[in-house]
Design a protein around this ligand. Structure first.
Ligand code: GLU
Length: 435
């Protein structure tokens, strides 16, 4: 392996292959990774090491459907890195899941864990399926068969899945049970995001939204804006969006718009978030038909004038086509990858402060870490303790990145990559390459 190559004489950061649009999650991740690698003057060997996933697994998952027919689904698990510790990352069920996306999400997990100083590497899993079309029993068989295919991969000291898009506590319980049945002992620490009664942690469900709000408050503080004087827009009303909206509402902010799959809901006087949360619970998990708001489109919602915009839905929402229309002062990325790399520079030029996903939504994996620690100790913490420790870790991470961004005069996103890559690269240098 070559090393100590002078980066100024080399164009290996631009490699490999044709220049893609940087509008896909993987290219967006690589674009930012290259930028940070140049700042850190990573040598070529280190660059290649950190750009390449440790393992990429594709499996076929046969499931006997309720009607007796067999259907075969494709499942993925990508372990991007395990230098800092066992790999960690969610499992998503969605019709458009693919290997490239899972690869990007896995590397984001590596950087995310490094940003919050959690001793985990990064991984991600997915199954290409439409969970809305599956019955509970089909979903259970799918989850168990996927887990069976990953028995050699998963493990409390190896690789630890968690919830992500369209997976929940019940899915985590099935993973835990399938793994435990095969291990012939109960192994709670093999998965996080479990129901509390099965070794889950207090506060895990709300953790991602809570973390989004902690760093948003820190950013507002830097800008000298009082939270109770802010207008907030939230895209997505799932676990992350609804908790972020609720906690900002409790801070006295005016939540002027939220959205879900049924569209956007706008009220310039502020929405009644607790009422909307109850409405969704009683309305099949949907805001459809909510009356005390004007219906707007997803595009209109993103372009509203506001202090804080929290995209908490999915990837690539703010891209080169709409970035120049964004009128928020702060974007706090509740979702993974909601802003593409192409949009970064447009937002920077327009003075929008972006709190990057690998910081903003790291509250989830932080409390997953707490859950794993509690499972291994067999001793469980109060919600108050979990929230206090979560707040402290998110706040410290924000302050660390803010300092790096000032030191190098770079954005918070660039600072996050610089900080994370430096941490992983430094650990790797100490460990060395096993031969
Ligand atoms: N899926 C979440 C994320 O993207 C949580 C991962 C975890 O807790 O391991 O951060």
């Amino acid at each position: 392996m070559s090393s100590k190559k002078d980066s100024s004489n080399s164009n290996f950061y631009k490699e490999p292959g044709p220049k893609l649009s940087a509008e896909s999650p993987f290219e967006s991740m690589m674009e930012r990774f290259r930028f940070a690698a140049e700042i850190l003057k990573l040598d070529e060997g280190m660059f290649q090491y950190l750009a390449s996933p440790v393992k990429q697994i594709i499996v076929s998952i046969p499931v006997v459907m309720d009607n007796g027919n067999i259907e075969v689904f494709e499942g993925y698990r990508v372990i991007h890195d395990n230098v800092l510790g066992p790999s960690k990352g969610g499992l998503r069920f969605a019709p458009d899941v693919n290997l490239e996306e899972v690869k990007a999400l896995a590397s984001w997990m590596t950087w995310k864990c490094a940003v919050v100083n959690v001793p985990f590497g990064g991984a991600k899993g997915g199954v290409r399926c439409n969970p809305k079309e599956l019955s509970m029993t089909e979903l259970e068989r799918l989850t168990r068969r996927y887990t069976a295919a990953m028995l050699e991969v998963f493990g409390p000291n190896k690789d630890i899945p968690a919830p992500d898009m369209n997976t929940n506590e019940q899915v985590m319980a099935w993973i835990m049970d399938t793994y435990s049945m095969n291990a012939q002992r109960t192994e709670t620490a093999v998965v996080t995001g479990k129901p509390i009664i099965l070794g889950g942690s207090q506060g895990r469900k709300e953790a991602t939204g809570r973390g989004v709000v902690t760093v948003t408050l820190a950013a507002l503080n830097k800008m000298g804006i009082m939270p109770n004087k802010t207008k907030v827009v939230v895209q997505g009303f799932g676990n992350v969006g609804s908790v972020s909206a609720q906690l900002m509402y409790e801070q006295g902010a005016k939540i002027i718009a939220v959205s879900d799959i049924s569209g956007g809901y706008y009220n310039e006087n502020g929405l009644d978030i607790p009422k909307m949360i109850t409405y969704v619970k009683n309305n099949n998990n949907s805001l459809e038909g909510f009356k005390e708001a004007e219906k707007i489109s997803n595009e209109q919602l993103l372009e509203l004038e506001c202090d804080v915009l929290i995209p908490a839905a999915k990837e690539d929402q703010i891209n080169r086509t709409n970035a120049h229309k964004i009128r928020a002062k702060i974007i706090a990325e509740g979702a993974n990858g909601p802003v593409t790399a192409n949009a970064d520079s447009i937002l920077e030029q327009n003075g929008v402060m972006v709190i990057p996903d690998i910081l903003a939504n790291a509250g989830g994996v932080t409390v997953s870490y707490f859950e794993w620690v509690q499972d291994r100790q067999g001793y469980f913490w109060t919600e108050e303790r979990v929230n206090r420790r979560l707040n402290r870790m998110m706040r410290n991470a924000f302050d660390n990145l803010y300092q790096v961004s000032e030191e190098y005069s770079i954005t918070l996103r660039q600072a996050a990559y610089v900080y994370a890559i430096n941490r992983v690269a430094t650990t790797l240098k100490l460990r060395g390459i096993y031969a």
